[in-house]
Design a binder for this molecule. Structure first.
Ligand code: UFG
Length: 340
């Protein structure tokens, strides 16, 4: 069996860290990315970390003939499908672009894995499929899904539905949806990390950009929620742990003799509030973080965190790194970016 793994969106935030984790385990990642939402600097970072070039093809996953040529060239053992738009707010402004890119891309990849008999497939899903948890804030894979709040959320929800229907028609294939909670942090070398385009939407890039002076202050979106300190609670998962979860998922799939479809939560199992992140950032970096308490952000879930038991039982994976590690690594990455 060859070791070529197609990583769509492999130059992106989670994709690039997964490329490192794959390589470490002896796989040969093949990146397919058109760099519309990735920075070529990541390739230098990968070279620095890995000590050699990574195989990269500049292709749009919606370009089916170009993708087909890759499947012909490499006879992949597995596919990890990251390439997608991911900004919740933008998806409300540009729903057609989100449905076009995220769903057509997925349909192309599924058609190709079937045609080329690639057995192992991992999909980037999201805890957004759970919506606002009713009752317990800790969600397991058995927690009923709810309809999403945004076109972005629908692309993940519909992606899982497409994969479920596809599984019934191609039961010989081994398919896994990884439901990420909130990815944060960067590679400890600070040579790869997240490149937010424009003003960041996500909390931790906004925190580090504020501390370094790119943003005037952080606004805490809401301090009157029914949580322990009034701010929203999320399960922040270090991107290095998340990357390793993909290798664990792929390895698990490769070891199975029969087709299957599974969904697995990828989180730490612990919730942290926005205000706790602010305090932790100040404690760990020694930097003051200018912040103001502002109104709630429309569409925000109040509190959600993972029940991460299935990942441990099925994949033998669990998060090793803490939110403190993630803050330290994200801050080192922000400082590295300032030198470019
Ligand atoms: N927040 C602030 N100020 C900011 C940015 C964020 O207070 O400037 C707060 C948010 O209100 C929220 C928390 O920080 O309470 C986390 O917000 P993020 O935008 O970082 O993350 P979300 O939980 O909103 O979004 C994440 C993923 C999405 C996914 C969603 C599902 O980024 O891809 O979880 O709930 F759809």
């Amino acid at each position: 069996m060859n070791k070529y793994i197609l990583v769509t969106g492999g130059a992106g935030y989670i994709g690039s860290h997964t490329v490192v984790a794959l390589q470490k385990q002896g796989f040969i990642p093949v990146i397919a990315d058109d760099f519309r939402n990735a920075n070529p600097v990541v390739l230098e970072g990968l070279r620095h970390i890995l000590g050699h070039e990574t195989i990269v093809h500049r292709v749009d996953i919606c370009d089916k003939p170009a993708m087909e040529a890759l499947f012909e060239k490499y006879a992949f053992t597995g596919v990890i499908h990251f390439a997608a738009y991911k900004a919740v707010g933008e998806s409300v402004q540009k729903p057609l672009a989100y449905y076009q890119n995220n769903l057509v891309g997925l349909l192309n990849i599924l058609a190709l894995i079937e045609a080329f008999e690639v057995q192992n497939f991992v999909f980037s899903s999201s805890c957004t499929v759970y919506g606002e948890p009713q009752g317990a804030k800790e969600v397991s894979e058995a927690t009923p899904k709810q309809l999403p709040e945004s076109p972005y959320g629908y692309t993940k929800w519909m992606g899982e539905q497409i994969i479920a229907d596809f599984h019934r028609s191609a039961p010989q294939l081994k398919l896994m949806n990884l439901r990420y909670f909130n990815p944060v942090g960067a590679h400890p070398s600070a040579r790869i990390g997240e490149f937010p385009i424009g003003k960041p939407n996500n909390l931790l890039p906004f925190v580090t950009q504020t501390a370094i002076g790119k943003q005037a202050h952080l606004t805490v979106f809401g301090n009157d929620y029914p949580t322990r300190d009034g701010s929203c609670i999320r399960d922040y998962i270090h991107v290095m742990d998340l990357a390793e979860a993909h290798v664990a998922a792929l390895t698990y799939l490769m070891n199975q003799n029969e087709g299957l479809l599974e969904a697995v939560n990828i989180g730490t199992g612990e919730g942290t509030s926005v205000l706790e992140i602010v305090k932790a950032f100040e404690r760990i970096t020694g930097q003051p973080l200018p912040h103001v308490l502002g109104p709630r952000r429309a569409g925000d879930v109040i509190e959600i965190y993972a029940n991460a038991t299935k990942g441990q039982e099925l994949l033998g994976w669990k998060a090793r790194l803490s939110i403190d590690d993630a803050i330290k690594d994200a801050w080192a990455w922000e400082n590295y970016l300032a030198t470019l």
